[in-house]
Design a protein around this ligand. Structure first.
Ligand SMILES: Nc1ncnc2c1ncn2[C@@H]1O[C@H](COP(=O)(O)OP(=O)(O)OP(=O)(O)O)[C@@H](O)[C@H]1O
Ligand SMILES: [Mg+2]
Length: 516
């Protein structure tokens, strides 16, 4: 027995297990469907809400119908009981002991019971059954329920519900006292009836609800699909356009009817525009870098070719003359110096452009600084019979910047000026004007032609005739570096020039009033 019991338990366990597995599988399947797309979500939600509403409605309405029907049936039964009372009082004297009277009373009661479809019982004040319309004989001396006796003793009428213990069926029992006046009550009438048509009504109602519900469900499904379509279509359109954008096309998303989607479209458009800008910028950077490499190789190529030529000439033994060979070696040396300078300048520029150069932000007195640099370069100017004049118009002029970088700027500009000037003067001035500190370097050298002036800020640019005379000296990066340094410290630089008359470079920085 124990064996079979445990076997059964095992079986039950495995059955439960498979049942649980099946349930969880169904739940995940439903979840998957629910999460699949907007269509299923809206459909699921609407249908579920409707089904719940329908169930609640049918439950509620069946309750209401039941209640209303019961009350109606009770009132009806009470009315019938009163009519039975009236009929019995009219027709026969229930107390008449004669057998004829008894017969009459019995047939009348049967007739009434048939018409009203109820069982009629007459009982006395003690509850003892006097007569009944039931077919089977009553056991003599049997009584009705105590609650009925109590009701008629109080002279009241009532309908009491009872449940048949065998069939479980509900029954209504109307009880009325018998007699014309209240104090003459001696008997009671009990009318028993079963509410028969209730199930019919309820079933009919349920049928209506189901059929109507089906119809409404169909409408809900159609509406849900329509709604989902209106939401998902613009999203699909959005997705298509975004795909196009990511493929690199320059399209933008058109206006959509739904506000939320419009907002999204606007954001995507912004993103697309930014993306286009970034792409253009990166293209520009790539092109710029290619150009830079080309320029650098070109700039390095020229001195390298020169070096190569001289070295070849010497190693081939073509230069027998000692003095000539020394001159060649000297030229080779100059060219290598130039290459080294070029490389240094390129490196400096690359540091500047990548932002890897540390630039201090401290107060710098440009008057003292410019004066110092001008003095230090006087000797170089002297060698070209040129003098440097420092015009002092203010005691000090503070700007925020990096003293070393400022010096580099002034030195570079002065070097250019000295290079361009012979037997002349270079004027260096620092002025404070309208909240700005101006640093002016003015020479009366060879000047720059207007067509060259706009190019002097270009990488590797050197004015044609000067380039030949400066051979091997400059890299054409000096002004590019100067401009970058000025900008890094929040300043501006401008140049004006007249060919044959001279050149003026003006740098301006915001003036700082207080020494920090
Ligand atoms: N004060 C000036 N007067 C006349 N021309 C000038 C003056 N300053 C600059 N230039 C011209 O502008 C060109 C560019 O100047 P930049 O300083 O960039 O290069 P560089 O002086 O030739 O070389 P680097 O400064 O790298 O040694 C010079 O080659 C020169 O032709
Ligand atoms: Mg220079």
């Amino acid at each position: 027995v124990n064996n079979s019991l445990s076997e059964g338990r095992e079986k039950l366990k495995s059955l439960l297990h498979t049942g649980r597995g099946l349930c969880s599988r169904i739940v995940t399947l439903l979840q998957e469907q629910f999460n699949k797309n907007i269509y299923t979500r809206i459909l699921f939600t609407n249908v579920t809400a409707f089904v719940i509403a329908l169930l609640a409605m049918s439950l509620l309405s069946s309750m209401v119908v039941k209640q209303v029907t019961y009350v109606q049936a009770e009132q009806e039964l009470l009315r019938k009981a009163k009519r039975v009372n009236y009929a019995l009082l009219q027709q026969v004297d229930p107390t008449a002991p004669t057998s004829a009277g008894v017969e009459d009373r019995m047939s009348l009661m049967r007739f009434l019971a048939d018409t009203f479809d109820a069982k009629i019982t007459v009982f006395d004040r003690d509850g003892v059954i006097m007569a009944t319309s039931a077919e089977q004989e009553v056991v003599p001396g049997s009584k009705v329920g105590a609650q009925y006796i109590a009701t008629i003793t109080r002279g009241e009428t009532a309908v009491i519900r009872s449940v048949d213990q065998e069939t479980g069926q509900l029954a209504f029992n109307a009880v009325v006292p018998m007699g014309k006046e209240e104090d003459a009550i001696e008997f009671g009438i009990l009318l028993e009836a079963k509410p028969s048509n209730l199930d019919l009504i309820l079933n009919k109602m349920r049928l209506y609800l189901v059929v109507g519900g089906m119809f409404i469900l169909l409408i809900i499904i159609i509406l849900s699909v329509y709604l989902a379509m209106h939401i998902s279509r613009p999203i699909s359109r959005l997705a298509t356009t975004v795909a196009e954008i990511s493929r690199g096309s320059d399209v933008l998303i058109a206006d959509e009817p739904l506000d939320e989607i419009n907002v999204l479209a606007g954001q995507i458009n912004k993103l697309a525009l930014r993306h286009q800008m970034v792409q253009a910028e990166s293209r520009r950077i790539v092109e710029e870098r290619a150009r830079l490499f080309a320029e650098i190789s070109h700039e390095l190529r020229t001195p390298l070719t020169t070096v190569q030529g001289f070295v070849e000439a010497i190693s081939d033994g073509m230069v027998q003359d000692e003095a000539l060979r020394d001159r060649y070696l000297d030229l080779i040396y100059t060219q290598t110096l130039h290459i080294a300078r070029l490389v240094d300048d390129i490196l400096a520029l690359s540091r500047l452009e990548s932002g890897n150069l540390a630039v201090e932000k401290l107060p710098v007195d440009l008057v003292a600084l410019a004066q110092g640099v001008a003095m230090s370069m006087e000797a170089a100017a002297k060698s070209k019979n040129t003098s440097i004049i420092f015009a002092k118009s203010t005691e000090s002029a503070n700007v925020i910047g990096d003293a070393d970088r400022m010096e580099q700027i002034i030195r570079n500009l002065l070097k250019n000026a000295i290079q361009a000037t012979e037997n002349g003067t270079i004027k260096v001035a620092v002025e404070v004007r309208q909240g700005e500190v101006l640093l002016i370097i003015e020479d009366n050298g060879i000047g720059i032609a207007p067509e060259d002036l706009s190019h002097i800020w270009d990488r590797f640019y050197q004015v044609k005739n000067q380039r030949d005379s400066n051979k091997g000296k400059g890299s054409g990066l000096g002004l590019v570096i100067v401009k970058k340094l000025v900008q890094l410290q929040g300043g501006r630089i401008d140049a004006t020039s007249q060919l044959g008359k001279g050149t003026t470079f003006t740098i301006s920085f915001p003036f700082v009033t207080q020494k920090r």
